[in-house]
Write a protein that binds this ligand. Sequence first.
Ligand code: ATP
Ligand code: MG
Length: 750
Amino acid sequence: MDSLLHGLNDHQKTAVTSQASVLQVLAPPGSGKTKTLTTRVAYHIAHEGLKPWNMIVCTFTIKAANEMKERIRSFVGDKLENKLVLGTFHGVARRYLVQYGHHIGLPKQFGIADSADSMAIIKRIIKRHDFTLDPSKARGRISKRKCRTLEERPRKSKMDVEQQEFESIFEKYEEALRSSNLLDYDDLLLRCAELLKRCPECVSNIEAVLIDEFQDTNNVQYELMSLFAQHQKPRLNRRVPSITIVGDPDQSIYGFRMAEIKNLHRMRDQYTDTQVVHLEDNYRSSGSILHAAIEVIEQDESRPAKRLLATHTTGERPILRTLPSAVEEAAWIVAEIERVTTLTAHLLTYLDFAILLRSANLSRTIESALGKAGIPYRMVGGSKFFDRIEVKTLLDYFRVISQPEHNDALARIINTPARGIGEITCKGLLEEAEKSKRSLWKFVLDIAQGRRRPATKISVQAQKGLEIFSNIILTSQNKVDSQVEPCTVADLMLHVIKKLGYKEYLQAKYPQEFENRWANVEELVILASDKALGNPGDDAMDADELIAIDGVSQSSSSGVGETLSKFLANVTLTTAVDAGEAGAETNQLTISTIHAAKGLEWPAVFIPAAYQGSIPHSRADDADEERRLLYVGMTRAQCLLYLSWPKKNSGSEATTVSPFLSPRAITNCFSKKGPSIGFLVSQEIGRILGREAPPEIAVRKAQAAIERAEDDLWPEDGEEIPTENPRWNKKQLSSDPWTSNYSSDPLTYD
Ligand code: ATP
Ligand code: MG
C-alpha cells in the first residue's frame, strides 16, 4: 500500500482509498486529479481484489491512458493490464458495439463516419435537393437533434419551413449512414446506450467505473456512465455502484458540444451518498503562472471562489507581447524558442514547448515559420496528419478495401489518381447505385466486369478506369482474405501504393511539395507497423480491442481484415493527441488547439492570437466558456508562459488584446520583456521540472553567444500594451453555438 500511495498528499490519499460508492474529486488544474484517478485504478486492483476486466476507465487522452496502463502493468503484469477496458467514451462505446452490436441488429463490420464523412454526406444531400441550409449549421443541428430525447423533439405540425427542411436533411443523412453501414460519432454513444439498456448483461462483470475530465461529459455520456455501472455487485463493505469521477468545472470547455456542467449536480441527485473530495495544491505550474491564470478565471463573478495553492516557487512572470502582424508574431515565437533552448543550455528542448491555439486555422503561419527555421513539430487537434490529402486518399483506399459499402470514401478515390472517371460520371453512378439500392462498389464492380450497362454515359477511358480501380480493390481484398499468405497492414499499404503508382502520381501532381507529401506517406506506413495503431500481435492497443466478459477476455480475432478495421477505427477515433503520441519520442515541438491540450502539460507554452475576436472567438456564444478556455491554455504551462497577439488580424483590421486580460491582470501578472535566462533561472526551471540544471559555465557560454540577438528580440523601449478592454457583449453574437459556423473541429473525438 505504501508504495502505491507514496508521494500523494493527504487529500489525494483520501480519494484513492475512499470506500464511498460514488466519489467526485473536484479540483483545479494541475492538482493531481488524473494522477489520483490512475492510482485509484491500481488501488482497486491491489487492495480491493478487482480484476482489470472489472473496470471501465474513460480518459481524455492517450497520454493519460498510457500513464494508467504503465501503473497498472506494474501491479498486474502485461497480460492482465491488456484486459482493462480503458479509452475515451467513443473508444469504449465502439468496443462494446463491435463485440455485442449484433444484439441490436448492428452488422459486425460497421465503419465510422468521421467529421469529414458526415459533412460530405450533408453537402451532397443539400446540393441534390436544392436545400438552403448551411451545411455546417445542419451538421451541428443533426448532432444536437440526435442527442435529444424523443420528448424534446418538435412536433411536425409545429415546424416552420426551415425546420421541415432540416428534418428532411436529417432523415436523408440517417438513411445515407445506414446504407453505407456507418455510424457517426453521436451514433457510437447512442447505439451503445441502446445496447446496454437492451442487454445489461454485457456489463455484468463491471464493478467500477472511473471517469476523467467529467466536467466535459454530455448527457449521453452521463447516461452511458450510469449504464456501465448498472450491474455492479455488492463487494467488501462498499455499496454499489462504484463510480469515481474527477473534474474541474472551471475547465468546462465543451459546452458548444452540449457538455453539461449540470452533470455534477445530477450525479449527486442520482447517487445521494456521493462523497466529494477537493484538492487544492497545484504541482504543475510556477507561482506566477498560476497567479496570472487565477486572475483570468476570477473575472467570472458567478464562479464560486476556490483555493489553489502553488507548491512551486514564483518563477518567471508570464510574458505578454504584441507584434505588428501574425507573421511577425510567428517569427518572434520561433526566435524566442531558439533563444530559450540555447540559453538554458538545452535544459529545455523543442519537446518541452507547446504552441496552443484557439482555432486550428491559426496554425498555418506558425507552421511556416517553424518550417523555415527547421524546427520539427507535431500537430495536435487541428488539420492534422490524417487529414492531409495524400494520407487521406490512401486511408480512403483502405476504408473501401475493408468496407466496400463506404460510398463516400469510394466516391473520393474512384478517380484518384486520375483514370478518366469525371465528376459527372461519378455523380451519375452514385445516383444510379442509390436508386437501384446497391452500394456504389457493387454497382461499379458490375460495370467493370461487364455485368451491367449503366444509364450514365461512360467513356471508353472511364470504363477502363473502372476496371483498373476495381482490380486494385479486389487484389487488395484478396490479400486481406488470404489464408495462404498472411500479410500485415503495412504490407497491404505497400501493395496499394505500388498498384496505384502513388509515388509517381504525387511526384507529377505536386512537384514542389513532393518530398513533404511522400514523407507523410512513409510516415503512414510506419504508423501502420507501429504498435500504437494496432498491428497484429500488438499489445499496446489490445486494451482498446479487448472486452473482457466474466473474467475471460475475448479478442476480436487476428486476421489482417480485423487488424485493418482496427487500424482504421483507431485512425478515425484517434484524436490528433493520440496520433501525436506516436512521434513523441523525437524532439518535436507541439502545436495544438487548446481544446486538445486539455489534461496535458509542457514546460513552456505560447498562446498566440490573444486578441478580442480570436479569444473570445467572434463566433463563440458563451463568454465564460471562452474565458475558461484561456484558463485551460494558461494552466498547461509549467515554467514559462507567453501570450501574444498581432496588431492586425487576418483581415488587416486593428485588434485589441483579449478582454480576459484585464488591465489589472496585465499590470500585476505579466511582463513585457522575456525572461532573462541565466544560471539561476535555469536552476529554477530544473527544480520545477525535476531535472538537473546545466552547469553554470554552460549557461554563461550560451549567454555570451546570444547577447546581441536578445536585444533584437526584446527592444528596450518595448511596445505599450493597450489596456482598453472592451467588455464582452453577448448580444453581438449568434445565439446558438451549434449554428455558429465553425470551419473546423477544434478536436476530433476520442
Ligand atoms: P488537469 O486539470 O490539467 O487535468 P490534473 O488535476 O489532472 O490537471 P495531473 O495531471 O494529475 O493534474 O497532475 C499535474 C502534475 O502534477 C503532474 O505532473 C503530476 O505528476 C504532478 N503531481 C500530482 N500530484 C502530485 C503530488 N502529490 N506530488 C508531486 N507531484 C504531483
Ligand atoms: Mg487531468
